[in-house]
Design a protein around this ligand. Structure first.
Ligand code: E4P
Length: 217
């Protein structure tokens, strides 16, 4: 499973990237706002640091303007994936930008039918938002599972990028279902290393070690 980091905070990406945990990065207008950085500058910095796809999102709402913005974003670096919303205009922009040889991430996907359309429009990635479905008492994981089945039924190559991941359980279930990629905030990726029995076991080992009076170094 590929891990994308869902942030525009360069320091946090760098820390995980140094550990080999980063296969790509996703940003969105809200994350750019939170970073306080200029979109072109920060996206360039991230794209230079990370080998894999770096998603940068358009903000226009009509297809022609999305295409123009997408072309500009794609020029930032070879590893940019242009992110477009799952609207009819976004699907048109996806089709054009994909045919021009760009990676396209279709975002704000909340139904299996939307994901099917994105695959037909040639999307490189489809981003179903798990957490935001859970927020309104729907089942985000069921959506990931449905898209997996539909894509497998017909051999679509669009990669399922499980997004809006808020908990380690979302990450675990996405991996079990077979999402190709997950994008998660750095905090959630770090939490995946945690287990109460690991902490308890380590504590006991260290207490016993102290009793031996030995040192390794
Ligand atoms: C994905 O590409 C989005 O940037 C992100 O996962 C949205 O997550 P949120 O619903 O926690 O804002």
């Amino acid at each position: 499973m590929k891990f994308f980091v869902d942030t525009a905070e360069v320091d946090q990406i760098a820390e995980l990237n140094d550990l080999g945990m980063v296969d790509g990065v996703t940003t969105n207008p809200s994350l750019i706002m939170k970073s306080g950085r200029d979109i072109l500058e920060v996206t360039k910095e991230i794209a230079d640091m990370v080998d894999g796809p770096v998603s940068a999102e358009v903000v226009a709402t009509d297809a022609d303007a999305m295409i123009a913005e997408g072309r500009k974003l794609a020029k930032i670096a070879d590893n940019i994936a242009v992110k477009v919303p799952l609207t009819w205009a976004g699907l048109k922009a996806c089709n054009v930008l994909t045919n021009e040889g760009n990676m396209v991430n279709v975002t704000l996907c909340f139904s299996a039918n939307q994901a099917l359309l994105a695959a037909k429009a040639g999307a490189t990635f489809i981003s179903p938002f798990i957490g935001r479905l859970d927020d309104i008492n729907l089942d985000g994981m069921e959506l990931i599972s449905d898209i997996r089945q539909i894509y497998d039924n017909y051999g679509y190559e669009t990669q399922i990028l499980a997004a809006s991941i808020r908990t380690v359980n979302h990450a675990y279930q996405s991996a079990m279902i077979g999402a190709d990629v997950m994008t998660a905030p750095p905090k959630v990726i770090k939490q995946m290393a945690e287990h109460v029995l690991t902490d308890k076991g380590l504590d006991a080992f260290l207490k016993d070690w102290e009793k031996t009076g030995q040192q390794i170094l």
